[in-house]
Structures are given as structure tokens and as C-alpha cells.
Design a binder for this molecule. Structure first.
Ligand code: ADP
Ligand code: MG
Length: 352
């Protein structure tokens, strides 16, 4: 008995020694930050605590390398010599799509997106490229020359919507091929690609046993562990009201979770004094109405990204039921009038 007590005491002292050693060692870690504008047409910020700038440069260099690879695979706007990507999947050859052999990071993301189509009852649909590209063209023209800004004709959108059936996206996960069965279909992964890539980069760090990092790609925030002293990270939810002086409407404590926001206030163009943003409701084929922003807090930034876009397209009642049915997922809706609604467990993340 005495022996056992001694062993327990020794183990306790041993573990105390180690945790003290851990804390004092981590106290020497310094915060470093790096920025890039090269990926996913948005700003990337990596924050991390390391003992030296060299180590931070090494780790952040690896993260940026991964983001660069995912960016090249997932972009629908650029081709790269010798690389099959979302852009070449969308290409036509003699009036039809090809069966394209791709990197497994593409098939994995597309399979995930098909699952999310089901989870969101079709509100998140990566097969909506034909509709989204029309909005993209009209928005780009309207921003280039606001005096000529126009809305896409309804019949053009309705015609395009006939080519958005997710069942026409054929994925062979064993052989890593993708084939779009409908020649007039294209994929648009803008609602999930950033979050998915950020999640993969965060998982890579976790596999390496690295923590004390935050990866932020265009507002898709994923924390990896806590700060070295065990403190959580403070993340702000942007105020979507254009006339307000208050930059953030809420601050959240994150320790390994992700926070993703979809909003109508950043990417839009104006026709006859009305703003038309970039999140399109698959049912109306028009920019979704009802919210200024929807933020999702959960452990997985791919889920957060797909879900925040989908929730933005759903009436609040359906959205809150979906969020409450998913384990570990919380959300904040900022309604069109600026008022806020939270899911049931959201407030436990709110900072004082
Ligand atoms: P952001 O990319 O600005 O962070 P989102 O994650 O909400 O915002 O993604 C918006 C993008 O997703 C659009 O620019 C468009 O490419 C695409 N998209 C818009 N509506 C939908 C939808 N209902 N389902 C899937 N993708 C969509
Ligand atoms: Mg999204």
C-alpha cells in the first residue's frame, strides 16, 4: 500500500515537474504573424507562437505551401500547366466534359460537398456554377461600370438552373476521376474551398503535434490549440452594418475551434440603388434575403464554410433546427434589421 502511495506521489511530482517545465519552456515563445494575398483571391494571415522566428517561418512556410497547392487545385478561374483542377473539370471538349483524373484532394473535397448538399437540403450546391457564373459576370460588369449595372434576366437564370443537378457530378473515389454528366453544368466551390483548405492545413499542423496557431483565410478562421500559456484566442465577428463605428459585434473565445462568416456586406454590386450580393438562394436564383451575416462556430472549418453559406440561404426556423441537430455546431445570425439570434450553446463562447 505504502509502495503504491509512493509511486502515485512520485508520478504526481513527475507530472508537476513536466507541466512546470512545459509552461516555463512555452513562456519563452513569442508571437509571430505573416500575411499573404496570393491564395483564394483574398487575404491570408497566419499567427503563431514559436521560440524563434526561424521556426515560425518554417511552419508558416509549410502552411502557405499547402494553401498554394489547394488554391491551384480548387480555383475555377485559372489553369496551370500540367495540372488538372476545377477549371479543367469544367472545360468542354467537343461539346462534352471529359472524365478527368485528378488529385485525391479534389475528389475528397467534392465528395464532402455532395454530403453537405444533403445535410443542407440542397441550399449549398457546388453544381450551381451555371447560375453563379451569370451573377459573377453581371457583378463584374456592374462594378467595372456602375452606370451600366444590370440584373441578370430571370429567364437566363431559370434556363441555367436546369443544369445544376448534383446527381450529374460523377465521382469515382477509387480511381480519383470526376465527370460532369451534363455538358452545360459547371462546378463552383467558392462556398467551401477556402474553409476546406484551411481545415486541411490545420489538420496537418495537428498531425505534426504543432499548436498555438491561427490560420485565417479571408475570414475563415481556424485555431490550432490554444496560446502556449493555455489562454484561448479572441476572435471578433465583424459588424456587417456599414454605417456603424463599432467594428465587431461579438468577441469569442476559441481553443481549437473554427469561426466562419458568410455575409452580404462585402461582395456585392448595386443596381438602381439596391445592393445585390454573391450568395445565391438555389430556389429563387436571387441573392438570399433575410440576414446581414451568418457565422458558424464549430471544430471543422470546412463544415463552417459550407454551413454558413447554406444557413444564409435558409429561413431562420430551418437554420436553427439544422444547427441544433448538429453536434458541436453553434451559429449567430445577424438579421436584416441588425438584431441578433444565437443557437443554444453560442453564449458559452462569448468573451466577457
Ligand atoms: P465568401 O467566399 O465570401 O467567404 P461564402 O463562403 O458564403 O462567402 O461563399 C460565397 C461563394 O460561394 C459565392 O461567391 C459563390 O461562388 C458560391 N455560392 C453562392 N451561393 C451558393 C450556394 N447557394 N451554394 C453553393 N455555392 C454558392
Ligand atoms: Mg461558405
Amino acid at each position: 500500500m505504502k509502495k503504491r502511495l509512493l509511486a502515485v506521489t512520485a508520478a504526481l511530482i513527475f507530472s508537476m515537474f513536466f507541466s512546470l517545465a512545459f509552461v516555463s519552456c512555452d513562456k519563452q515563445k513569442t508571437k509571430f504573424v505573416c500575411h499573404s494575398l496570393d491564395y483564394f483571391d483574398t487575404a491570408t494571415t497566419i499567427t503563431g507562437y514559436e521560440e524563434s522566428k526561424e521556426e515560425f517561418d518554417r511552419v508558416s512556410g509549410e502552411i502557405l505551401k499547402l494553401l498554394s497547392e489547394y488554391h491551384k487545385l480548387y480555383t475555377i478561374y485559372h489553369r496551370f500547366e500540367g495540372l488538372e483542377n476545377l477549371c479543367t473539370i469544367n472545360d468542354l471538349q467537343n461539346g462534352a466534359h471529359r472524365t478527368v483524373s485528378v488529385d485525391s484532394r479534389i475528389t475528397d473535397m467534392l465528395l464532402y460537398s455532395k454530403d453537405m448538399y444533403d445535410v443542407t437540403n440542397g441550399k449549398f450546391n457546388i453544381a450551381m456554377g451555371s447560375v453563379l457564373s451569370i451573377w459573377h459576370t453581371y457583378r463584374t460588369c456592374g462594378l467595372a461600370d456602375p452606370s451600366q449595372a444590370q440584373l441578370p434576366p430571370k429567364d437566363k437564370l431559370t434556363e441555367a438552373a436546369k443544369h445544376t443537378d448534383i446527381k450529374d457530378v460523377l465521382i469515382d473515389a477509387e480511381n480519383n476521376t470526376v465527370y460532369l454528366q451534363d455538358p452545360e453544368m459547371t462546378l463552383d466551390v467558392g462556398a467551401v474551398a477556402k474553409g476546406y483548405a484551411v481545415e486541411m492545413a490545420a489538420k496537418y499542423l495537428e498531425e505534426q503535434g504543432i499548436s498555438g496557431y491561427v490560420i485565417n483565410v479571408g475570414g475563415n478562421v481556424r485555431t490550432v490549440g490554444t496560446k502556449p500559456n493555455g489562454e484561448s484566442w479572441l476572435a471578433g465577428i465583424e459588424n456587417p452594418s456599414p454605417d456603424s463605428d463599432i467594428p465587431y459585434v461579438a468577441y469569442l473565445n476559441l481553443s481549437g475551434e473554427s469561426l466562419v462568416t458568410s455575409g452580404s456586406y462585402q461582395r456585392f454590386y448595386t443596381v438602381d440603388g439596391i445592393n445585390y450580393h454573391h450568395i445565391i438562394d438555389p430556389e429563387t436564383l436571387m441573392p438570399a434575403k433575410g440576414y446581414l451575416s451568418v457565422s458558424v462556430l464549430c471544430c471543422d472549418s470546412a463544415l463552417g464554410d459550407a454551413l454558413s453559406t447554406a444557413l444564409f440561404c435558409m429561413p431562420y426556423d430551418s437554420g436553427i433546427s439544422l444547427v441544433e441537430s448538429l453536434d458541436g455546431v453553434e451559429a449567430l445570425w445577424i438579421m436584416a434589421d441588425g438584431s441578433q439570434k444565437y443557437s443554444s450553446g453560442f453564449d458559452k463562447y462569448l468573451a466577457e
